[in-house]
Design a protein around this ligand. Structure first.
Ligand SMILES: Nc1ncnc2c1ncn2[C@@H]1O[C@H](COP(=O)(O)OP(=O)(O)OP(=O)(O)O)[C@@H](O)[C@H]1O
Length: 260
C-alpha cells in the first residue's frame, strides 16, 4: 500500500542553513497493517507523516502509494482521490479545525468528496465519537480532547484507506485513550501512528518503525521485540531514567513506562 525508498528531507532555518530531518528512509506498509512510528522530539516523525500525506515532497528518494509514484505530477492529476484515501491527523488539532460548528467540520469532507446522506453520516460519526451534544458548538471553543475527537470524526467519516496519526492520544484522558485504542483496533484500515506513549505500543500496533537521533531508521520490526531490546531503546532515547525506591532503596534505572 505504501512504500518509501531512500526518502530524505531537509528544512532550511532562517539563516538558510540546511537541517537534515529524514535520511535514507525505506520501508513498506501493507494494506491493513497498523504500524507505530517512534522517535524522540525532532527526530522527523511529523515530517515523515506530512511527506506521506503529500503536504511535502521528498528532497530525494521515492514514495509509492498503491504502486504509483507520488510526486507533484501525480498529485496534480489525482489530488482528490489521494486526499480522500490518505488522511493525516496533525499533532495540533486546532490547526485543522476551521469550520463554524462541529457539524460543519464533520460534514466538510463528506460534501467535498461527494458523499450522499451527509446528515446521516455526520450523526453516525458524532454518535461513534460521543460528540452529539457539541454538534452546534464552535470547534475552537472545545477542550483539547474534544477537539481531537472532532478531528478524528471528520477524518474517519470519509472512510480513508490510510490513516496517518500524529500523537492521536496526546490530548485524551485515560478512559478516552482506552476507547480510542480499541476503536482503532476495530478499524479495517492501514495506519501509521506516531506516539511518545510507548506503553500503548502493543495495543496500537504489531510493528514499530523507530527513527533514531540521526534521523535514520534504527528499528523496523515487532513491537514486542522492541520492548525487550533495551540497547535499541537506549540508542533511540525511548527510555527514561528517574529516581525511585524499591523496598526503601532509592536508585535510578531505565524505565519504559509513559509519564502520563
Ligand atoms: N517548517 C519547518 N521549518 C524548519 N524546520 C522545521 C520545520 N518543521 C519542522 N522542522 C524541524 O525539523 C525537525 C523534525 O521535526 P518534526 O516535527 O518532524 O519532528 P517530530 O519527530 O515529529 O518531533 P515531536 O516528537 O517533537 O513532534 C525539528 O528539528 C524541527 O525543528
Amino acid at each position: 500500500m505504501i512504500e518509501c525508498k531512500n526518502l530524505s528531507y531537509n528544512y532550511q532555518d532562517f539563516q538558510l542553513n540546511t537541517i537534515e530531518v529524514l535520511k535514507d528512509i525505506s520501508f513498506k506498509i501493507d494494506k491493513g497493517e497498523k504500524v507505530l512510528l517512534l522517535g524522540i522530539n525532532g527526530s522527523g516523525k511529523s515530517t515523515l507523516l506530512k511527506l506521506l500525506n503529500g503536504l511535502l515532497y521528498a528532497k530525494s528518494g521515492e514514495y509509492y502509494f498503491k504502486n504509483e509514484l507520488v510526486n507533484k505530477k501525480y498529485l496534480k492529476a489525482n489530488s482528490k482521490d489521494f486526499r480522500k484515501s490518505v488522511s493525516l491527523q496533525m499533532q495540533d488539532p486546532s490547526s485543522m479545525l476551521f469550520n463554524p460548528t462541529v457539524y460543519d467540520e464533520i460534514a466538510f469532507g463528506l460534501k467535498h468528496f461527494g458523499f450522499e446522506s451527509v446528515d446521516e453520516r455526520v450523526y453516525h460519526y458524532a454518535k461513534v465519537f460521543e460528540i452529539e451534544n457539541i454538534l452546534k458548538s464552535s470547534p475552537l471553543s472545545l477542550s483539547g480532547g474534544q477537539k481531537q475527537k472532532v478531528l478524528l470524526a471528520s477524518l474517519l467519516c470519509v472512510e480513508p484507506e490510510v490513516l496517518l496519526l500524529d500523537e492521536p492520544t496526546a490530548h485524551l484522558d485515560p478512559p478516552t485513550t482506552g476507547w480510542l485504542v480499541e476503536f482503532l483496533d476495530s478499524l479495517d484500515v492501514t495506519a501509521l501512528i506516531s506516539t511518545h506513549n510507548i506503553s500503548l505500543g502493543k495495543e496500537l500496533a504489531g510493528r514499530a518503525i523507530v527513527i533514531g537521533i540521526n534521523h535514520e531508521i534504527v528499528y523496523d520490526g515487532e513491537v514486542q521485540a522492541l520492548l525487550e531490546d533495551m540497547p535499541t531503546l537506549i540508542k533511540a532515547q525511548l527510555v527514561h531514567k528517574h529516581k525511585h525506591a524499591h523496598e526503601g532503596v532509592e536508585h535510578k534505572h531505565y524505565h519504559l513506562h509513559s509519564w502520563t
